[in-house]
Design a protein around this ligand. Sequence first.
Ligand code: CO
Length: 209
Amino acid sequence: MTSYRKILEKNKAWAKHKLDIDPEYFSRLVHVQSPEFLWIGCSDSRVPADQITGTEPGEIFVHRNIANVVDHTDLNVLSVLTYAVDVLKVKHIIICGHYNCGGVKAALYNDNHGLLNKWLRNIKDVYVTHKIELEAEQDPSKKLDMLVEFNVIEQAHNLAQTTVMQQAWHQKQEIKIHGCVYSLEDGIMRDLIEIKDNESIDEIYRLKF
Ligand code: CO
């Protein structure tokens, strides 16, 4: 059996298992989607948003890309964000990075990755912002961990600066941004930053409504 066939078989078994436990499972889910969370995480196959958070289908709206970047010109992340905030009215946005992130590691060095260079540039910019602290660290693996953490913090700020978030907070919508980092070694998510209003946004990025 090919590995793709195996996936289809596993899917059938999963659907059957769900129906065995709860015959209404799919008919209930098909009508409504009201997740409380938006997850912005890395595409890394070892960091599956729903499994590590113990959430079920319907509970978490997910966007993943290489190294959990929030680029203010990325139509994809901005579309997901707009839908999650304006339509789904999520209460929490979780930006989750992870240690040993291949994307962050690639950005830390100078190899040519073709098209990816443009994407990794976002993380190189994070490096430049925190250059003094990063270059004080001699251990390469600790330095990578630091860049992973700084990347989460900067992406949380990038998110807060978006028009969508500023407008939501201006309209008194209750929505928090949580930046955290996941460890592949112990499976634990650790908090790094929380942003809950326009106050922490640098003056230059603040919009008047
Ligand atoms: Co990664």
